[in-house]
Design a protein around this ligand. Structure first.
Ligand SMILES: [Fe+2]
Length: 278
């Protein structure tokens, strides 16, 4: 399994940037020293300090404290393939989802290089009928021209963003490919038109989320941190717990696992569990 995309330090940094709070403000509000805040961001904080910092940053303290050892469930399902390619010094995911009976397939993003996607298409004798883009950040659409010319499939992206040759769609657009049904869910905030695609028709539902949510983290709230959090809560964390989350970076996970372990979201679900009254 590939490693988590974000460390404790990354999560703290994203929350600080999202809320617009400096190290000294965090230190003040948490009742810790500025050195302790910096140490936490360097990955060297004890649980007590981390819990105090988490509270100030509206993160779940237990999930943040457990992040370093968090391993999302191992997932393997017929009709889903993940491709992890190198884009500069980072890695990025693209996906193929197909109807195992008809071999009709959908490609999600291209990653840095779509050759592995095309290799799988050949190998599995798939027919790519649709290309759906989660957002237009270059690491996700780097090889779109090749994917398009090789498959001849139509391309769709949120109408709040654009990509060469792509058609714009809104929240709630539905597609049918073989026995797969896809619904677009606007999960913006990391990018202006970030789109999640919810897919049913396989053994378990899937959500191709782009950079909306990562296992144990989320994409930076570059456009709006508040809306990134809120659209994730409304559109992704309301999906069935068994839904497999397919992020643009890092490993696969599930909605249920993120409810328990994602520092940005776990507090809400912990508060709702019957155990919290004790
Ligand atoms: Fe992105």
């Amino acid at each position: 399994m590939i490693a988590l995309e974000d460390s404790v330090a990354d999560v703290i940094g994203k929350a600080q940037r999202g809320l617009g709070v400096s190290d000294s403000q965090v230190a003040d509000r948490a009742g810790v020293s500025i050195e302790q805040v910096r140490a936490a961001r360097d990955g060297n904080a004890n649980r007590e300090v981390l819990t105090k910092i988490a509270a100030v940053l509206q993160l779940d303290g237990a999930a943040l404290g457990g992040l370093a050892s968090y391993q999302p469930p191992r997932i393997s399902i017929d009709g889903l393939a993940m491709f992890n390619t190198h884009y500069g010094d980072m890695t990025v995911n693209a996906y193929l989802v197909w109807d195992p009976r008809s071999r009709a397939a959908i490609a999600f993003d291209t990653g840095a290089n779509c050759s592995p996607v095309l290799g799988k298409v050949d190998d599995q004798k798939l027919d790519v009928q649709l290309i759906l883009l989660t957002h237009s950040h270059p690491d996700h659409v780097a090889d779109l021209a090749k994917l398009r010319s090789t498959t001849g499939a139509p391309i769709y992206i949120s109408n709040r963003e654009s990509a060469t040759g792509a058609n714009g769609i809104e929240d709630g657009r539905e597609f049918t490919v073989g026995r797969l049904r896809v619904r677009s869910l606007l999960t913006w905030g990391h990018s202006r038109g970030g789109m999640t695609y919810y897919i049913t028709g396989l053994e378990k539902p899937l959500a191709i989320v782009g950079d909306a949510v990562f296992a144990g983290s989320m994409g930076g709230g570059n456009v709006s941190y508040t809306d990134a959090l809120q659209t994730n809560r409304d559109k992704i964390f309301t999906l069935p717990d068994e839904t497999i989350i397919c992020p643009g970076h890092g490993p696969l996970t599930t909605v249920g696992s993120e409810k328990a372990h994602n520092p940005f979201f776990a507090a809400e679900f912990r508060a709702k569990s019957p155990d919290s009254s004790q």
